[in-house]
Design a protein around this ligand. Structure first.
Ligand code: OGA
Ligand code: NI
Length: 340
């Protein structure tokens, strides 16, 4: 528990164990805010301009691996409440969060800090609460009851965000030209909610909230609230993804990159800290069941190209993803088929 960054108060200096090696420190250079990552307006109605939408999502997914989504139908009030509930949870006194703290990654509803605190060389400036959401009734009983509205707000939010994610996956199906319903079933079975808390940091130049990574799952829908911090790597340069009010940030995961045979890109991103305000974010990961076979969609490969990846079981990939991340290797590398 004393490891949680949110339970350290009045930190005047960055502790030694959080100071990153110079080559991965964000430093003080100003990061341009990215005006080019598309903001796609759903106008609350997908069917009125479906073709256009499919095209914009595909272009964004190909070029950036990221886009933002406005007028997506999830009520503004629920978006705000979700981030507020997350913030309130992390700001509870340590004793009220203690029962959720665990160093066992298999724990169903788990509060932890950084990434792998006991094994990593340097720590990251974030606390995290994560739990599964599907089926809701199997999991909600493990979630916090303090704040008292946690289960209600996060439960409603999870359902709405999952519906939206499935709509996006349908549009992506159309964009890829593969069978409709391709992502239904095992490929999108699981939904993990991950709540992040990045307290103010005395020297943001020396630390990161999260290091450079791409998400392993199918598709990620992030509610980043109003405080900036997310940066996306594009052509070797970091771009700041500024919050747009009530927008979701959507990004393609590794599994979807593989299924799309590289047509969609799982882009690397990181989180920087700031010296003044705490940042709470809520991430929904739609992920395949462990036994799902992930490989380029057959129709795609038959139609136009050679497969770029060999198929793998999702749980096999998760194991190598974690190990490769520790060793600093690109996680899809070992599944690539060489094209010589
Ligand atoms: C993540 C992530 C971004 C953020 O949880 O994988 O990239 O801004 N989060 O919290
Ligand atoms: Ni991420």
């Amino acid at each position: 528990m004393e490891k949680l960054i949110s339970s350290k108060h009045n930190i005047q200096h960055v502790p030694e164990s959080y100071i990153l090696p110079p080559e991965i420190r964000p430093g003080r250079a100003a990061i341009p805010s990215c005006k080019s990552i598309p903001v796609i307006d759903l106008h609350g109605n997908i069917d009125s301009n479906r073709q256009d939408l499919v095209q914009r999502i595909m272009e964004a997914g190909q070029e950036f691996g990221f886009f933002q989504l406005t007028n997506h139908g999830v009520p503004e009030e629920l978006m705000k409440e979700t981030v507020k509930v997350a913030e309130e949870f992390f700001q509870l006194p340590v004793e009220d969060k203690a029962s959720f703290y665990s160093e066992d990654p298999r724990r169903g509803c788990r509060l932890s800090t950084s990434i792998d605190y006991d094994h990593e060389k340097v720590h990251f400036w974030r606390d995290n609460l994560r739990h599964h959401c599907r089926p809701l009734e199997d999991h909600v009983g493990e979630w916090p009851t303090n704040p008292t509205r946690y289960r209600e707000v996060i439960g409603n939010y999870a359902v709405r965000v999952r519906e939206l994610s499935l709509v996006l996956l349908d549009l992506i199906c159309e964009g890829l030209g593969i069978e409709s319903g391709y992502f239904e079933g095992g490929l999108s079975r699981l939904q993990m909610m991950s709540l992040n808390y990045y307290p103010p940091c005395p020297d943001p130049a020396l630390t990161l909230g999260l290091p450079k990574h791409a998400d392993p799952n199918l598709i990620t829908v992030l509610n980043q609230g109003a405080v900036p911090g997310l940066q996306v790597l594009k052509d070797e340069k970091w771009l700041a993804l500024e919050p747009v009010p009530n927008a979701f940030v959507v990004n393609i995961g590794h599994a979807l990159q593989v299924i799309s045979n590289g047509m969609l890109r799982s882009a690397e991103h990181r989180v920087v800290t700031n010296a003044f305000v705490a940042r709470a974010t809520v991430t929904s990961f739609i992920q395949p069941s462990n036994d799902s076979l992930i490989g380029p969609a057959t129709l795609l490969v038959d139609r136009c190209s050679l497969p770029l990846y060999r198929p793998f079981r999702y749980d096999e990939f998760l194991r190598t993803y974690i190990k490769d991340a520790q060793d600093g290797k690109p996680p899809l590398k070992q599944y690539e088929i060489s094209q010589t």
